[in-house]
Structures are given as structure tokens and as C-alpha cells.
Design a binder for this molecule. Structure first.
Ligand code: CMX
Length: 471
């Protein structure tokens, strides 16, 4: 025993001595390092310029190198031109623009049931079209309206969740918080947990999507009333259609405002699947996350300034021009403003597009509406001038593929005219509209049993090696 204890004591001493030597070594090594060597951020900052140059070089020297059916340009260029998603409710042609289930926007306006003869389509009819591909009768649209109303009650905890945020939180943050609070009632999640087979999952997906569409207007209206009005929610009016009731809950009952909201829901409802919000919802749902989670993901993408936040940015921008230079600002002054925006490193909001190569038909559709209902609105007049001034300037940059106006430069103008003037709220309106298209696809995702999405990614090292070998 004594011998054994002696051996243990010796080995403990050796290991303590060893530790001390190592600690001394570490200390010396530490002393030899500069503060920036030990700081992750500084290390990263040093690496970035080199990697940026590397990326540029790969693009310029090897952009056209093929990787199977695609090119290096496509891998590095936000996957432009890669057909990689199935999306049923709509399709965007670069020259012609959007078709909702094969119908152009003017065709939708002509064929879908309206609240009054010749008026803008009912959102319920539009939803029917997006889900089934068929133009509904007025009776079918009214029946769907009743179905949505029967699903529209929002649990109190949703409002409490929103109330827990500071009022300074962006309206989209408050809206998405409300959407995630709605998620606790997901039928899809329950059904999955209970072992529902994949082939039947479209049914709870349908339940969630319809509940979501029915409830988001009240959630959105609550955010609006909390931020900009007296904080008291306006109860739903069951005699109104989906869009008109949304307008009513926001606090606007002018018949022309109701028409503006119906048009807004139409033009923003869907834009095929590759845009950030559509794509985000699709990929999240592909993991069999429920429709609330998928829609919330879409909304977080929509809140980016290059996508749906452009609605807010465009209105803010045009109004700031009107404020600074007056409504009858000269063309020369407008050119200066556009250059100033560009030179400050910003994009010109409401112009350009990732897929379209012509003026956005959603812009044209709203222009027609504005000419009919608010022809003398000064902000509308200013947008018409910008429509002339901006494209030649963007073209002169030599890199912009589409210098023409998109949906966002005009979509806020009629609503602004009728009193909804809070620019920062506009992306929430866009989000309520998108619930229609995104949900229609989420139902089909599950009905068609689409698989989990898993595109391949590569590293810069891999890409460079591959390009060099190919060259
Ligand atoms: N103002 C300034 N520069 C623009 C521009 C604009 N309106 N549109 C494109 N460009 C620039 C791009 O930033 C890009 O510059 P870099 O190469 O220096 O990065 C270059 O022109 C090429 O871009 P592109 O291929 O023509 O367009 P992208 O597909 O890259 O981007 C979009 C498309 C919409 C993000 C871009 O046109 C843009 O930023 N527009 C303004 C924001 C906007 O209105 N977004 C809403 C779009 C509709 C929607 O999703 O709701």
C-alpha cells in the first residue's frame, strides 16, 4: 500500500510540474500575440478583402464555366436563371410579367367576382383561383368569405405577445410576432405529432392556411391601431368581404379605400416561387414545418429592403422628395435627387427586378387605377415624373438589367391618398396580401408530397479548384 501511495504521489507531482510548464508556455505564447490576433472580428476583417477579390476573379475569369447544366455565374449570382422550384399559383414571364393561374392581372380584374359591378376583384375569388386554378362564381367567393369569417377569431395571447414588444419595434417585427403566436394553434403540427401519413398532410395544411389567411388581417390591423391610433382594435364587420373588412379594421371605410385595398391584395398576392418570400416559405415548409412557421419565414424575407420593404422605402422616398422640393419639382431637380440617392450607395426603390425585363404589369395596373381614382394626387404625379426620369439614369449605370418601375413605386400611393399615410406600415399590408399566394402553394406542397429541399452548395476553394481544372 505504502509503495503504491508513493508511486501515485510521484506521478501527481510530475503531472503538476507538466501543467505548470504548459501554463508557462501558454502564457509566453499569449504574450507574443497582438490584441488583434486574439480578436475574432479583427481576424475576419483581415480576411474579407482577399476573399472578395477572389470571388470577383472567379466570376470574371470563370463565370461561364459549366457545373452540370448551370454556370459558375449562376452559383454566384443568387441562382438567377436556374429553374429549381415547383410553384402552382403563378408564373412570371420576364417580358410579360405575372400570370395568376394563367390569367394576366387585367384578365383577373375582368373575370373574378367583384364586390360591385366593374370593381376590383374580391380577395376570396382570387384565393379560390390561386388554390384551384379555376375562376369561381360569385356564390363560391361568398361561400369562401363565410368560411374565412368563421375561422377569423384571434386568441387573446396573440395580442398580448404583440403588446410585450416596445412600440418602437418595426411593424413587421410586431406582425411576425403575432403570426408566431398564432402558430400555437397549428393543426398541422398536431396532426404530424399524432402520426398522420404524409399523403394526408395537405388536410391540416389546408386548415392552417385558411385559419392563417382569416386571422392575419386582424393581427395586422391590431399592429396598426397599436402603433398609430388609439390602440383599440376595431371589431370585424361580418357584412364585409375579406379586403374591405381588413380596411375597416384598420379604420378606413371610404368605398374608394376599400377598392384600393382590394387592388393592393390582388397585385401583391403572389409572384411565383423564386422571390425571397415565396422561396423562404417553400424551403421551410419542405422540412414539414407547419404553414405558420413557413409564412413567418416568408414575412421575415419580405421585410428586406430589396424585396417587400421596398413598398415602405419607395413611399418614404417619394414623399421626402415632395416635402423637400415641392410637388411641382422640376425634371432637372429630380435627376439630381436620383443621382444623390445612387451616389449615397442606396438603390432607387421601386425600380428594377430580378426576373422582369419590362415595366412591371402590377405597376401598370395600379397606374390605371390611380388615373381613374386619384389622377391629381401630387404623390402620384411625382411617381409619373419618376417613371420618366429614373430609367435613363439606371440604364446609364451600365449594369442594371431592368431600369423600369416595379410594383412598389406606386402600390402605396392610393392608400396614402385615402389616409393610410404611415410609410413604415406598408410592408405589413404587402404581407397580408402574400398570405394568399404563399398559402395556396403550401397546400399544394403537401398535396403533391414535395420532398425536403436540399440544393448542393460548394466552397470558394472547391469552386476555384473546379474552375482551374475545367479551364
Ligand atoms: N437602383 C440602383 N441600383 C440597382 C437597381 C436600382 N433600382 N436595380 C438594380 N441595381 C443594381 C444592383 O444593385 C446591381 O448592382 P451591383 O452589381 O453593384 O451589386 C446591378 O444593378 C445589377 O442588378 P440587376 O441584375 O439588374 O438586379 P438584381 O436582380 O440584382 O436585383 C432588385 C433586383 C429588385 C433587388 C434591384 O433591382 C433593386 O435593388 N431594386 C430596388 C429595390 C426594389 O424596388 N425592390 C423591390 C422589387 C420587387 C419586390 O420584390 O417587391
Amino acid at each position: 500500500m505504502g509503495f503504491l501511495r508513493g508511486i501515485t504521489a510521484l506521478s501527481n507531482l510530475r503531472s503538476r510540474l507538466g501543467q505548470q510548464t504548459t501554463q508557462l508556455g501558454s502564457l509566453r505564447w499569449l504574450q507574443s500575440q497582438s490584441a488583434s490576433d486574439l480578436d475574432l472580428r479583427s481576424q475576419l476583417k483581415d480576411q474579407i478583402p482577399e476573399q472578395q477579390e477572389r470571388l470577383k476573379k472567379i466570376k470574371s475569369e470563370y463565370g461561364k464555366v459549366q457545373l452540370g447544366n448551370i454556370t459558375v455565374d449562376m452559383v454566384l449570382g443568387g441562382m438567377r436563371g436556374i429553374t429549381g422550384l415547383l410553384w402552382e399559383p403563378s408564373l412570371v414571364d420576364p417580358e410579360e410579367g405575372i400570370r395568376l393561374r394563367g390569367l394576366t392581372l387585367p384578365e383577373c380584374q375582368k373575370l373574378l367576382p367583384a364586390a360591385s359591378p366593374g370593381g376590383e376583384p374580391l380577395a376570396e375569388g382570387l384565393l379560390w383561383l390561386l388554390v384551384t386554378g379555376k375562376v369561381p362564381s360569385k356564390e363560391q367567393a361568398v361561400a369562401l368569405s363565410k368560411e374565412l369569417q368563421s375561422r377569423s377569431a384571434v386568441p387573446d395571447h396573440v395580442y398580448k405577445g404583440i403588446d410585450s414588444l416596445p412600440v418602437t419595434a418595426h411593424p413587421m417585427t410586431q406582425f411576425v410576432t403575432g403570426v408566431m403566436a398564432l402558430q400555437v394553434e397549428s393543426e398541422f403540427q398536431k396532426a404530424y405529432e399524432q402520426g398522420m401519413p404524409k399523403s394526408k398532410l395537405w388536410e391540416p395544411a389546408y386548415e392552417d392556411c385558411m385559419n392563417l389567411i382569416a386571422r392575419v388581417p386582424a393581427v395586422a390591423a391590431y399592429v396598426y391601431r397599436r402603433l398609430y391610433k388609439d390602440g383599440r382594435a376595431i371589431p370585424a364587420d361580418k357584412s364585409l368581404d375579406h379586403a374591405a373588412n381588413f380596411s375597416h379594421m384598420l379604420g378606413f371605410d371610404d368605398p374608394k379605400m376599400l377598392e384600393s385595398v382590394r387592388l393592393f391584395l390582388l397585385v401583391h398576392s403572389d409572384h411565383e416561387g423564386g422571390n425571397v418570400s415565396g422561396h423562404a416559405s417553400h424551403v421551410v415548409a419542405s422540412a414539414l414545418a407547419d404553414p405558420y412557421r413557413a409564412y413567418a419565414a416568408a414575412m421575415n424575407g419580405l421585410a428586406g429592403p430589396l424585396h417587400g420593404l421596398a413598398t415602405q422605402e419607395a413611399l418614404l422616398w417619394v414623399k421626402s422628395i415632395a416635402k423637400e422640393f415641392g410637388e411641382d419639382v422640376t425634371t432637372e431637380k429630380l435627376k439630381e435627387v436620383v443621382w444623390k440617392t445612387l451616389n449615397s450607395g442606396k438603390v432607387v426603390p421601386g425600380f428594377g427586378h430580378g426576373v422582369l425585363r419590362k415595366t412591371d404589369p402590377r405597376f401598370t395596373c395600379q397606374r390605371k387605377f390611380a388615373l381613374k381614382h386619384i389622377p391629381d394626387d401630387p404623390i402620384f404625379q411625382l411617381v409619373l415624373k419618376l417613371q420618366e426620369v429614373v430609367p435613363p439614369i439606371l440604364t446609364s449605370l451600365g449594369k442594371v438589367k431592368n431600369p423600369w418601375p416595379n410594383v412598389d413605386i406606386l402600390s402605396g400611393v392610393p392608400l396614402n391618398h385615402f389616409g393610410l399615410s404611415e410609410d413604415r406600415y406598408y410592408t405589413v399590408l404587402f404581407g397580408v396580401s402574400r398570405s394568399l399566394g404563399v398559402s395556396a402553394q403550401l397546400i399544394w406542397d403537401r398535396a403533391l408530397g414535395l420532398p425536403i429541399e436540399r440544393p448542393k452548395s460548394v466552397t470558394l476553394d472547391w469552386l476555384e479548384d473546379y474552375c482551374k481544372k475545367s479551364a
